[in-house]
Design a protein around this ligand. Structure first.
Ligand code: AMP
Ligand code: MN
Ligand code: MN
Ligand code: MN
Length: 279
């Protein structure tokens, strides 16, 4: 079964509209697709409506930014009820945090000589839920840097000159909100946080004890060693296995929708627990 439980649209920092994501997902024979935009559910209804004519299930998802032990983590939410009042309030608060951070990043860039950057970044994003990806695009499009990698290294990444340490929701609150909205919480791309095995174990333990459900053991193109290490660790904490491409736009060396490294067949993915209403 081909699934993809992590991708982005123009409603956060992806480059494609829901209709374009759907076209690619159908061409790639994806059967379950979770749209997991950063801190927003704004694209879900549109995608779900469009998909209702096809044999594909759309999962309401979010990639929540979280601060845990002074680090930034990304927590995926699956199958949340978009009508949940507590979830709506939580997403509003995350939006405010994102906007406050965007103003600080913009200010830092202005002091470095990039005047009037905010309006241009908003135009690039097409909305106000600004991500560092949009600032990177602004720097690349205006030829201040050759590519987004350099934009992060020089300005936006944790060692960059315009880095603003973010303050997001806590892990505890995020998991509680997801659960109250009827959803499941999953740690996104656990190898992106530069943690030792001991630290990863500490994170998984805390996550599990707070009510977390699973770990994204497959994120995009994986090597066998990393995948086996994560599967073993996830199983040892009795957490579920998840898999997604983290697709933002078509790119030659990155996985397209549903084309992340497959989870070996002997393992059960978190999606096997889900029941969908037939169309
Ligand atoms: P934000 O949530 O606003 O902090 O932005 C984080 C997003 O920036 C991630 O979801 C990635 O899409 C992107 N990103 C993070 N690090 C890099 C990098 N080194 N190069 C390019 N894009 C990155
Ligand atoms: Mn992103
Ligand atoms: Mn992420
Ligand atoms: Mn992502």
């Amino acid at each position: 079964m081909i699934v993809d439980l992590h991708c982005h649209s123009i409603y956060s920092d992806g480059e494609l509209k829901p209709s374009e994501l759907l076209d690619i997902a159908l061409a790639n024979q994806v059967e379950i697709l979770a749209l997991t935009d950063h801190d927003t559910l704004d694209g879900f209804e549109e995608l779900n409506q469009l998909a209702s004519a096809y044999r594909i299930q759309i999962v309401p998802g979010i990639e929540c930014s979280v601060t845990w032990q002074k680090m930034e983590l990304h927590i995926l939410a699956y199958n949340v009820d978009p009508a949940s009042k507590r979830l709506k309030l939580f997403l509003q608060q995350q939006f405010q945090r994102r906007w406050a951070r965007a103003l600080l990043i913009s200010d830092a860039l202005r002091k470095l000589g990039f005047s009037n950057n905010l309006q241009k970044v908003i135009e690039i994003a097409g909305h106000y839920g600004l991500s560092r990806t949009h600032f990177a695009k602004y720097l690349v499009q205006n030829q201040y840097v050759p590519d987004s990698k350099v934009a992060f290294k020089k300005y936006l990444g944790s060692h960059g000159k315009a880095f603003i340490p973010p303050i997001w929701a806590t892990l505890e609150e995020t998991i509680a909100v997801i659960r109250e909205a009827g959803g499941q919480a999953v740690i996104a791309h656990p190898l992106h946080y530069s943690l030792s095995t001991a630290q990863l174990k500490g994170l998984f333990k805390a996550f599990k004890s707070l009510g977390g459900s699973g770990i994204e053991v497959i994120s995009g193109i994986m090597n066998l060693k990393d995948m086996q290490r994560l599967i073993k660790l996830t199983n040892s904490f009795d957490l579920k296995l998840s898999s997604g491409s983290d697709f933002h736009k078509p790119q030659i060396f990155r996985a397209s929708l549903g084309q992340q490294t497959p989870l070996p067949e002997q393992y059960n993915g978190i999606w096997l627990d889900w029941s969908f209403q037939s169309c």
